[in-house]
Design a protein around this ligand. Structure first.
Ligand SMILES: [Zn+2]
Length: 549
């Protein structure tokens, strides 16, 4: 692992000698000096986070859109009387993230500027060219596993970049031909910022499988673990913050940086619903608020600007700052304030105590076929990786139709490749599988998946829990039925149809790539994934099956 140290042993030794020469043992630490501050400035539609450690070391993560550097970030840094910028990081190269970085670099030349290198560099982009020329003498590539020591006990750890994971594993994000796969977002750097018991995760526009994107989040989540604060990826877009990711992070506080004027549907109502009804670290799953107002207890969302008022796709359940959101923490509790917000103090959630430097394994599973025919066995391959390189034990369990799980053998084919076989099942059988891996330090990760075998009655797919969320969210399934609402009935884009069998009906989305219309009365076979969309349960056929590794 590569270590960036600002407060090296040598300089500490020199300071100590100097103080001893003065007859002092050590300078007393004042209370406010032990505070880590993170600013989420109102940069309009874009990302930016300014981190100031207790020792005054500074890190700027993204710079908002073009102009936000001069208009927002530089004035903020001057207001804070900052004398320098120690570290600049670009999570990825979208305009709303790098646009203002050159302006900041001109006023506050960073000592070092990190990004993910040139694999996804948009060489034609003016903003990218301006960004690179502003920081080129100090430009470095940040890689998964790199640590940035900000001093005073604050550590930023790069968990993912370009789909490469700190564990040594990899989510394959390159080589897809789908024009909607959002490669540059999938390549985003994900940074875990830790101080005492306080944990914050920021990952630019990292993708979670929504739309046609690659699901990087679910695997990264295994490294992130339980956090206190999460900056919701991609401004709360429906492409990110999937259920697996949110339920592993269990964030008490979420931050969204999006503009009232945005036309992208940020923050998405389904993402915010998912966020505020995720079971927090301690306690029970919150009841969804009965209406369109912010909930009273965690998980709580804060946003820099109000959501677009007349966009039916967005949520209005966040607390709005209409200004810069600031988080201050001593590593035991943290306060969220700024703009119009009433300051609120939260205790750290008690999980993931202290600053972690040793991470659990990552597990990335694939099943083939994704939806087996009745009686057909499924080959399960798993990429299991760990930062120590040592996997002590693995365990594969399978449960059929929610019955007691049974253990199945898992064979090791290489250092990171493991293979198991799940026996064939009759039509409509729900299969859940879980894989657990433990490293030599005893850190364990469990990764689970599910599918329906053969052909499944629609009513079985439709099961929901008390929150109205699909019981089998994300499950791949095959149905056969008759079209009751044909393509083009709802909109000219011909994106959706309704299909019915003897047991029930379901919305199927989206058919844009379908070259011929689907008409009422057609008998169709459909494969897709179960998904909740604006409170409507549907079969999502957007993402091709199987999902690429
Ligand atoms: Zn963005």
């Amino acid at each position: 692992m590569f270590l960036v140290r600002f407060c090296g042993a040598e300089s500490r030794k020199l300071i100590a000698l100097f103080l001893i020469a003065l007859g002092l043992k050590w300078l007393p630490l004042r209370a406010q000096e032990a505070t880590l501050r993170i600013f989420f400035p109102d940069v309009g539609h874009g990302h930016a986070a300014l981190v100031i450690s207790p020792t005054g070391r500074t890190l700027l993560l993204d710079g908002g859109p073009d102009g936000a550097g001069s208009a927002v970030l530089v004035p903020l840094m001057r207001d804070l009387a900052l004398s320098r910028l120690d570290v600049m990081i670009a999570t990825h190269y979208d305009a709303d993230h790098i646009g203002g970085l050159d302006e900041v670099a001109t006023a506050f030349p960073p000592a070092v500027a990190y990004d993910s290198g040139d694999l996804t560099a948009p060489r034609e982009s003016r903003l990218f060219t301006e960004y690179v020329s502003a920081i080129s003498p100090v430009r470095r590539t940040l890689r998964a596993g790199d640590e940035i020591d900000l001093g005073g006990g604050v550590r930023a750890t790069c968990l993912v970049a370009n789909g490469d994971l700190l564990s040594g594993g990899r989510v394959g994000i390159f080589g897809r031909s789908d024009p909607f796969d959002q490669l540059e977002n999938s390549a985003s750097i994900g940074l875990l910022i830790q101080y005492g018991d306080f944990d914050l995760f920021i990952s630019g526009d990292l993708t979670g499988g929504g739309g046609a994107t690659t699901d990087v989040e679910s695997t990264v989540a295994q490294l992130v673990g339980d956090v206190d604060v999460l900056q919701l990826s991609h401004h709360g877009s429906a492409t990110s913050s999937n259920a697996t990711f949110l339920s592993r992070l269990k964030a008490e506080v979420g931050i969204v940086q999006a503009a009232t004027a945005n036309t992208f549907g940020h923050p998405s109502v389904e993402v915010v619903d998912r966020f505020i009804t995720t079971t927090p670290t301690s306690g029970t799953r919150p009841t969804p608020p009965d209406g369109d107002f912010p909930p009273a207890r965690p998980p709580i969302l804060f946003q820099t600007q109000a959501s677009p008022p007349s966009d039916t796709r967005v949520s209005h359940q966040g607390f709005v700052a209409e200004g810069t959101i600031v988080i201050e923490t001593d590593g035991r509790q943290y306060t969220v304030r700024g703009g119009r917000l009433q300051p609120r103090t939260f205790p750290t959630d008690g999980a993931e105590r202290g600053v972690r430097t040793d991470f659990p394994p990552t597990i990335l599973t694939r099943t083939s076929p994704v939806i087996p025919q009745a009686g057909e066995a499924v080959l399960l391959t798993a990429q299991i990786a760990d930062d120590s390189g040592q996997i002590r034990s693995t365990r594969l369990t399978v449960s059929v139709n929610e019955e007691e799980p049974m253990s199945l053998p898992l064979a090791r084919f290489s250092k990171t490749l493991f293979v198991g076989e799940i026996p064939g099942q009759p039509d409509g059988t729900l299969v859940r599988y879980c894989l657990t891996a433990e490293d030599d330090a005893g850190h364990a990760t469990t990764s689970c998946g599910l599918y329906f075998a053969g052909i499944t009655p629609i009513h079985a797919v439709r099961a929901v829990d008390a929150w109205g969320a699909p019981r089998y969210e994300g499950a791949p399934v095959r149905i056969i039925g008759q079209v009751t609402v044909g393509s083009g009935a709802f909109n000219r884009m011909q994106t959706e149809v309704f299909v019915e069998d003897e047991t029930g009906g379901i919305r199927v989305f989206e058919l844009r790539s379908q070259d011929r219309p689907v008409n009422i009365g057609d008998r169709v076979l459909i494969t897709g994934r179960v998904k909740s969309f604006h409170g409507l349960l549907e079969l999502d056929i957007t993402n091709p099956l199987p999902v690429p590794p």
